[in-house]
Design a binder for this molecule. Structure first.
Ligand SMILES: CC(C)(COP(=O)(O)OP(=O)(O)OC[C@H]1O[C@@H](n2cnc3c(N)ncnc32)[C@H](O)[C@@H]1OP(=O)(O)O)[C@@H](O)C(=O)NCCC(=O)NCCS
Length: 242
């Protein structure tokens, strides 16, 4: 296939990816998507910058990446390798580092970072397999591998490899599903962690009730809580308005 035909087919695949994966893009024309979907614009600009970099053209790849960042809020290093049908939803705040590798049909939401952990050289950014989804605000750091079909929850921080078909959430990211099945084991529940402050208040409240009951008995006032006003939620208009 000639270079021109390949470029047209890639653009078509990238626009189709936006239409398939963004419910807001259903029924929207190709011209409208190209002119107003920041994630699609950033991707197409990256494809041009990457091709120029590989052809050995100086300066232009970085200038394209810089202008794209200013216009779309998405920063993709020209050397990053991006697969087919990539889609960045909403665009803003996405950063993809120099040695990152992204497979086919990957979806990133806004605020995702595929970054390094410090000042290392060489391969220092993540490698994402095919069909990976990364939720908004997630940070994937270091030369880690994210397996095919994996899902990374919004705001998750991932610093270790993720197996194929797994879902990771939290900071640091923990496995909560593999191939759709809940992860079993004593240390597997990283979502429903106890709330130590709520536990402390509950314990104090119990002890206070006990003290009040004993005081009432000493005073000869009868049953606990007798003569005390019951605390109940106020009804009526919210003082906050609305
Ligand atoms: C992680 C995600 C991809 C769902 O993956 P999934 O494999 O279908 O997982 P589930 O929905 O079954 O969730 C698995 C568990 O993780 C929890 N969970 C899901 N996302 C989470 C998150 N971001 N942070 C913490 N916990 C999360 C769920 O509550 C569920 O808990 P449970 O075990 O008590 O049932 C999805 O929740 C997510 O974060 N998507 C990103 C969407 C986004 O960024 N949208 C922005 C639009 S502008």
């Amino acid at each position: 296939m000639s270079g021109w035909k390949r470029a047209v087919s890639e653009v078509r695949a990238d626009v189709c990816a936006a239409r398939d994966r963004d419910p807001a893009a259903q029924g929207v024309s190709t011209v409208e998507i190209l002119s107003s979907w920041a994630g699609v614009q950033a991707l197409l600009a990256h494809r041009a910058a990457h091709a120029l970099l590989r052809a050995g053209v100086p300066v232009a790849p970085r200038v394209i990446a810089y202008v794209t960042r200013v216009v779309t809020g998405v920063e993709i290093h020209p050397a990053a390798v991006i697969g087919r049908e990539f889609f960045i939803d909403h665009g803003a705040g996405v950063v993809i580092g120099e040695t990152a590798v992204v497979g086919d049909r990957v979806t990133l939401y806004q605020g995702v970072t595929l970054g390094g952990t410090g000042f290392q050289r060489g391969k220092r950014h993540p490698t994402l397999g095919d069909d990976v989804t990364v939720g908004s605000g997630a940070k994937l750091l270091g030369p880690i591998a994210i397996g095919d079909g994996a899902k990374v929850g919004a705001n998750t921080v991932v610093v270790e490899d993720v197996p194929p078909g797994a879902t990771v959430v939290g900071n640091p990211g923990h496995l909560v599903r593999v191939e759709g099945r809940r992860v079993e084991g004593p240390d597997a529940d990283w979502i429903h962690l106890p709330d130590p402050i709520a536990e402390a208040i509950k314990s104090l409240s119990g002890r206070l009730a006990d003290v009040e009951r004993r005081l009432a008995e000493l005073d000869g006032n009868g049953a606990a809580g007798e003569g005390q006003a019951e605390i109940s939620p106020r009804t009526g208009r919210s003082p906050a308005g609305g």
